[in-house]
Design a protein around this ligand. Sequence first.
Ligand code: NAD
Ligand code: IPM
Ligand code: MN
Length: 355
Amino acid sequence: MNTYKIAVLPGDGIGPEITDEVVKILKRTSEKFAFGIELNYGRIGGAAIDAVGIPLEEETIALCQKSDAIFLGAVGHHKYNDLPLSIRPETGLLQIRKALGVFANIRPGMILTPLKSYSPLKSEIIGEKLDVCIVRELTGGIYFGEHRMAEDEKSAYDKMMYSEAEIERIAHTAFKIAMQRDKRLTSVDKANVLASSRLWRKTVEMVAKQYPEVKLDHLYVDNAAMQLVINPRQFDVILTSNMFGDILSDEMSVITGSIGVLASASLDADQKGLYEPIHGSAPDIAGMGIANPIASILSIAMMMRFTFNRSDVADAVENAVDVVLGEGYRTKDICKEGDRLITTSEMGNRICDAI
Ligand code: NAD
Ligand code: IPM
Ligand code: MN
């Protein structure tokens, strides 16, 4: 029997709550599909700061490195806002992404069929189906350039840099994904202003020559943000840099109904991955039992598909989510009149039962 070794980093805020539901799903799928799971817990973010004063310990990095895959809840809380950047909870997240080399962040923007009427966009704009895939570069760009505040705190800068090699590898990821989908790729940049975006565009054009079947176009990020709400169906795969991808994926979450349902996979060159919902630690609702665990549960489906090559398990998890939503069960973020409001843990239980 295969045993999947998974590192579990619950983090902060709603992180531990949604992680509990993920663990239920992992246990249920391991029983149902007869594979072993070995779960090892680690600290990250505020949870690590409280325990050892820094957001990411060597021990956690080592745990992740010896695991086949990692699930991460979320990090951050406003109580850490005054800490220096270098030891904020979010820095722990950036450090683990960098340490694991997970440069390709795949964020599917899909409207789950039972949630069609939850999009604020008109139904004629959404059409039959909306399925966009955002491919976000995750270990470079402005997030990882030097961040500096002048001593007098009257000026500050953040350096944005990309190398050709960094752009090339994420472009290959995006073109390969496009080849398995509708073969349309939109690269999003700010090449009318930024030097790093000019290199981005030039490099993406160069990589495109190896994928002649894929129709490539380019958009400036401001226009892309607008096009996403005017006509999201014009997009198949969106390829973009670290910061633009962060912003566009939160925009996508509104279009698809709630940030509580969008999953992500962050992959290295060997498909080893860090799996996390796209949302944060939501301190405003932490501890209330109302967080939506679906984004995290769907991240487990991505883990099964990408790292463990188990599309059978992934399909079962995705299908169970559809079934439970189809029965009208909703957490607060996606609950309208007439729906059946349930808690975080009831949602996890129902999805487990439907697997
Ligand atoms: P957030 O994503 O945590 O929350 C934004 C809004 O969405 C809030 O109203 C929240 O209640 C809601 N929301 C988020 N996830 C939800 C869920 N699963 N179910 C229901 N509602 C949900 O963003 P924020 O408030 O800007 O950030 C809070 C903290 O999280 C900050 O410290 C930020 O840096 C951090 N953050 C972490 C990650 C991560 O760990 N991957 C991602 C984004 C933000
Ligand atoms: C995300 C988050 C992180 C990011 C933050 C918390 C560092 O917003 O995963 O979307 O910007 O990458
Ligand atoms: Mn984000």
